[in-house]
Design a protein around this ligand. Structure first.
Ligand SMILES: [Zn+2]
Length: 217
């Protein structure tokens, strides 16, 4: 457990969906989601390469309960790629809810990756849409930059962070989730399911204090 980690050139921090709609007061608030903002700001200072993801849906997106007659948020439907949880309308393109939390201060982030833009496919993961086949291009971006180890933080632990971590493992990156820099929604035991999936896939969970603070050399 022991010694601290000093991120280097082959490490990336992916900051997942720290947007107004996922924070208290937002359309799909993750409980205490805003608490991660100062933790993530501090964490990001230790990384050369930081990627921000932004959930960015068109109106009438398939993942919205309002797009399905008679359905409520947290019901599920069968999409062409399998089961899909329905959510309140959230992170609609060009709305205040889709903007990053105003406290997020990561000026040196090199990429803002938008996802969930295809009206017919949801995209929890930063790497693949929910059909688990359509790539976002992030694997190529990271490989070209020589990244081999992926650190993840953000919202929500048991959905977008989980899917991103699992896909990163599938792509053969070493994956570390900074657990106290995440918050979960916990629908139907999804936090516990995430923890056992991470253990099975050799995805490590650590706390932010394990990362050596300050600007990288
Ligand atoms: Zn979404």
């Amino acid at each position: 457990m022991s010694e601290s980690i000093t991120p280097g050139d082959d490490d990336v921090l992916i900051v997942v969906d720290i947007q107004n709609d996922f924070c208290p007061g937002g359309a799909l608030a993750v409980p205490r989601g805003d608490e991660v903002v100062p933790i993530v700001n501090r964490l990001a200072e230790a990384f050369h390469t930081v990627v921000l993801t932004q959930d960015w849906h068109p109106h009438g997106h398939l993942s919205f309960a309002s797009s399905h007659l008679g359905k409520q948020p947290f019901d599920t439907v069968t999409a062409f790629y399998g089961s899909q949880v329905l959510w309140p309308d959230h992170c609609v393109q060009q709305t205040p809810g889709a903007e990053f939390h105003r406290g997020l201060r990561i000026a040196h982030a090199s990429l803002v990756l938008r996802k969930g833009m295809n009206r017919l496919i949801d995209s929890y993961s930063a790497f693949y849409e929910n059909d688990r086949k359509t790539p976002t291009g992030l694997v190529g971006y990271l490989r070209e930059r020589g990244v081999s180890r992926v650190f993840l933080a953000g919202l929500a632990f048991d959905f977008c962070v989980r899917y991103s971590a699992e896909d990163a493992r599938r792509e053969d990156f070493t994956v570390i989730v900074v657990e106290d820099a995440c918050r979960g929604i916990d629908v139907g035991g999804s936090v516990a399911a995430t923890q056992s999936s991470f253990a099975a896939l050799n995805i490590r969970c650590i706390s932010a204090q394990k990362i050596a603070s300050g600007a990288p050399a």
